[in-house]
Design a protein around this ligand. Structure first.
Ligand SMILES: C[S@@+](CC[C@H](N)C(=O)[O-])C[C@H]1O[C@@H](n2cnc3c(N)ncnc32)[C@H](O)[C@@H]1O
Length: 147
């Protein structure tokens, strides 16, 4: 009988899988990925058209909470497990230029791509024990995708 995976093995597998999604969004996965899935969850086509295609190509999620989130301009929102960045950008648009959208993800490839050119969005850390400069009291909303 095979032993149970330990926490480090699971963490390593999750990182590797989501990094691969970012690098190869059209490969085969045992979960849904991509724009068609985003539209099936209710992400409007015109919203997706207005954003870089790479965001919806690598979209993987279990809910459309970012879409439904009721945020006010100027708020600080943390997207914990921000992945390919579609939800992070949607949250950033909701809090506007006076707000802050902070994405945290431990999978290196997803974090690096987010750093590379999305206005108004910051990926603060990709480490396991990610720390942001925002104090807890300054964060209005946390959207968590991590288990
Ligand atoms: C379902 S994806 C989120 C996708 C994202 N909402 C989007 O718009 O594409 C979940 C993400 O959480 C990250 N994640 C899972 N556990 C984590 C943890 N403990 N710390 C940081 N990131 C984590 C994964 O690397 C993955 O990118």
């Amino acid at each position: 009988m095979q032993g149970l995976a330990n926490a480090d093995d699971i963490r390593h597998a999750v990182k590797a899988q989501y990094s691969q999604v970012r690098r190869e969004p059209s490969a085969q996965y045992n979960f849904r990925v991509g724009r068609e899935f985003a539209e099936a969850l209710g992400y409007p086509a015109d919203l997706l058209d207005a954003l870089p295609a790479s965001l919806s190509e690598a979209f993987t999620v279990v809910s459309n909470a970012a879409l439904l989130a009721q945020l006010e301009t100027g708020q600080t929102v943390v997207d914990l497990g921000s992945g390919g960045g579609l939800d992070l950008v949607i949250l950033a648009r909701k809090v506007g230029p006076e707000g802050r959208a902070i994405g945290i993800d431990f999978a290196p490839d997803v974090a690096l791509i987010q750093k590379s050119g999305l206005d108004g969005v910051r990926v603060v850390s990709r480490g396991r024990n990610a720390r942001t400069r925002a104090r807890e009291s300054q964060v209005s909303v946390i959207e968590a995708h991590r288990p």
